[in-house]
Ligand binder design. Structure first.
Ligand code: BES
Ligand code: MN
Ligand code: ZN
Length: 488
């Protein structure tokens, strides 16, 4: 989408629809007070009739002098998330008017860089759609083609322009992740994820290596091999490295779960539970999205991405309950439930991530249904061994509108994953499934600082959310980009 910046008042901007932000409780005294009298009267009448108070995301459409106008509530206008949601709602209202051009008019008081960026982020993310498999081309309207951000004293300078470009790069990365998650599993095999990774690496600053078959055996990546054994599609370990132009002091490892379909394996899932299991590679999509964005953002930290990719199927070679996996770091794990496959493949990638001695490891995985029971679909679980890292990630998540909630790594629950034949087993005692999964992962990271994001709930949405249509959400990508930016 074409994004323009101009330093003009709401009344001077030219667009099919002009969006004006209003604060809750000031819906008639803020920007509206400066409208021409006739328009002010019609807004007042309509606001009364529709009980428009400026609540976040509520809209009021009126016919302006030169353009359709949409008033959108931004609540108290303080939190970036309010602006994302407001901008997204405004985009919806503009779309119902089939606007080809949209302008977002802000007051001078409300265009600090973060607010401008958040509003644009909301607009761009709300514009995402996955229509590759639609044949009925409705009326052909695909949303506004250009957006103008304006405020009377807005400077159209290099800094503001750069901020727009960064926001666009972030949203492009989120769109890539959403596309990958929404893609059907029969197409997005582990090999397909590998070719996406290799494609991203062709564009400089990012390198990529893919290990499959014999190489996985040589490298003792037995978790990926075990989970892939029941599938016709070979598993893969995908490693990507982003190196900044100037040598960096920090090196961060990001690990993503890339189960391209989770049938449960021989511990087969019921049909209903399988319906959304194409989303089980959301952690991998996150790693790919970061690798797409980092070079564009010219990030200053070195980032190593590891994707453990496999399809979890019950084919004739499938691993069986009771099998034991011997990992690269010497740890042995008994597989009692083949549906707890995420931790099995992540263990391989965590071993590799630990070996490069990074400053920290952050993994993202749609790991446990238990995390959805605990936190629902809007909040991800976070667990780890370094409180400073966890606090920093939670803070970035709050800013990004991607809430993370910490769960404890309860030492006593190690008992739950003790095995009678191997070092550990891949299922816990029935309670606290998110914690026992995280404790399993901890066996593979040694002393490295580490945070684990269980994104099972928020990675995929079965109903439209603010600035997020149904399907893959791209959750935690913006949080991690903000975190990487903060340590650079
Ligand atoms: N991919 C699932 C977790 C999941 C469930 C993600 C629902 C998103 C929505 C994971 O591989 C899984 O099946 N976990 C099992 C673990 C259990 C067998 C210990 C679960 O949560 O039921
Ligand atoms: Mn599973
Ligand atoms: Zn899974």
């Amino acid at each position: 989408m074409n994004v323009k910046l101009i330093g003009k008042k709401a009344g001077e901007v030219v667009a099919d629809v002009v969006v004006v932000a209003v604060r809750e409780g000031h819906e008639l005294t803020g920007a509206v007070a400066r409208f021409p009298k006739a328009l002010r009267t019609s807004v007042t009448t309509r606001a009364k009739r529709t009980h428009f108070k400026g609540k976040v995301g509520s809209t009021l459409s009126v016919q302006g002098e030169h353009a359709d106008m949409v008033l959108v509530g931004v609540g108290d206008g303080a939190a970036a998330e309010h602006w994302r949601r407001a901008a997204s709602a405004a985009r919806g209202a503009a779309a119902s008017a089939h606007a080809a051009t949209l302008a977002l008019a802000l007051d001078d008081a409300e265009h600090p860089a973060e607010i401008l960026a958040a509003a644009l982020e909301g607009l761009l993310l709300a514009g995402y759609s996955f229509d590759k498999y639609r044949t009925k081309k409705d009326d052909g309207y695909r949303g506004p083609k250009s957006v103008t951000l304006s405020a009377p004293s807005l400077k159209v300078d290099a800094r503001n322009r750069a901020s727009v470009d960064r926001t666009q790069a972030v949203c492009d990365a989120v769109a890539l992740a959403r596309d990958l998650v929404n893609e059907m599993s029969t197409l997005k095999t582990p090999g397909h994820l590998a070719s996406v990774a290799l494609g991203l690496a062709r564009r400089g600053r990012v390198s990529c290596e893919v290990w499959q078959g014999e190489r996985l055996r040589r490298e003792k990546l037995h978790g990926i091999l075990a989970v892939s054994a029941g599938s016709r599609h070979p598993g893969a370990l995908i490693k990507m490295v982003y190196k900044p132009r100037r040598r960096s002091r920090s090196r961060i490892a990001i690990v993503g779960k890339g189960i391209t379909f989770d049938s449960g394996g021989l511990s087969l899932k019921p049909a209903k539970s399988m319906e959304t299991m194409k989303m089980d590679m959301s952690g991998a999509a996150l790693v790919l999205a970061l690798m797409k964005a980092l070079p564009v953002l010219e990030a200053s930290v070195e980032v190593h991405g590891f994707i453990a990719a496999a399809e979890n199927m019950p084919g004739h070679g499938a691993q069986k309950p009771g099998d034991v996996i011997r990992y690269r770091n010497g740890v042995t794990a008994e597989v009692l439930n083949t549906d707890a496959e995420g931790r099995l493949v992540l263990a391989d990638a965590l071993c590799l991530a630990t070996e490069i001695e990074p400053d920290c490891i952050i993994d993202a995985a749609t790991l446990t249904g238990a995390c959805m029971v605990a936190l629902g679909t809007r909040v991800a679980g976070i667990l780890g061994n370094d409180q400073e890292l966890i606090d920093a990630l939670i803070a970035c998540g709050t800013q990004a509108g991607e809430p993370l909630w910490q769960l404890p790594l309860v030492e006593d629950y190690m008992e739950d994953i003790r095995s009678s034949v191997a070092d550990i087993k891949n299922v816990g005692g029935g309670y606290a499934g998110t914690i026992s999964a995280a404790l399993f992962l901890r066996s593979f990271i040694g002393k490295t600082k580490w945070a684990h994001l269980d994104i099972a709930g928020p990675a995929f949405t079965e109903k439209p959310l603010p600035y997020t249509p149904k399907g893959g959400t791209g959750f935690a990508i913006r949080t991690l980009l903000a975190y990487l930016d903060s340590i650079g």
